[in-house]
Write a protein that binds this ligand. Sequence first.
Ligand code: TIU
Length: 218
Amino acid sequence: MLTIAALPTPFEFEPRRTALVMIDMQRDFIEPGGFGAALGNDVSLLAPVVPAAAALIAWARRLGLTIVHTKECHRPDLSDCPPAKRLRGQPSLRIGDAGAMGRILIDGEPGTDFVPALAPQAGDVVIAKPGKGAFYATGLAEALQSRQITRLIFGGVTTEVCVQTTMREANDRGYECLLVEEATGSYFPEFKQQTLAMIRAQGGIVGWTASLAALPHD
Ligand code: TIU
């Protein structure tokens, strides 16, 4: 058993029963010309997340954790994209429209792929998800159950949207969840800080938070 100096209390985990879940580190959210930019966001705010996420993945590989990468995306015919999602708001490009990195948020397009520095390796689990939460309409629950995973360590983007939604889904399914602070980011820095605070409030109502420096090196 290893221990992370986390908030609100120390977080204990057994590497072989723990997965790193890296949420949606895709070009569409992190690079100019993708979905995040089409929504009107300053995507440069997420740039510092990439090296921190790389450090977190490298740490997880050293310890032998299962590594899960999720990607938010839809089928080319948009049959898994509710109109309510595609038509919401006034983005400059909608899901499925042709953009600078291919069709926005469509599986298989260049913009929908992971940023090169965080590309999955052989043996990693890759989950394509149509929703903000990674458990909805995916095989994530089965992938974790078949590996007897009980604890999840999270990074990825954005903190208050897909990361928080997935942590709440996981928490309701009985997983003990921890979010690594530097390895997550938001287009709204205050939302990131508030999300970290609400996760660990009330005795850890959603889970734990910790900084990269608190990760143990066995
Ligand atoms: N817009 C926003 O903050 N996030 C998303 O749409 N998806 C994810 O968080 N991955």
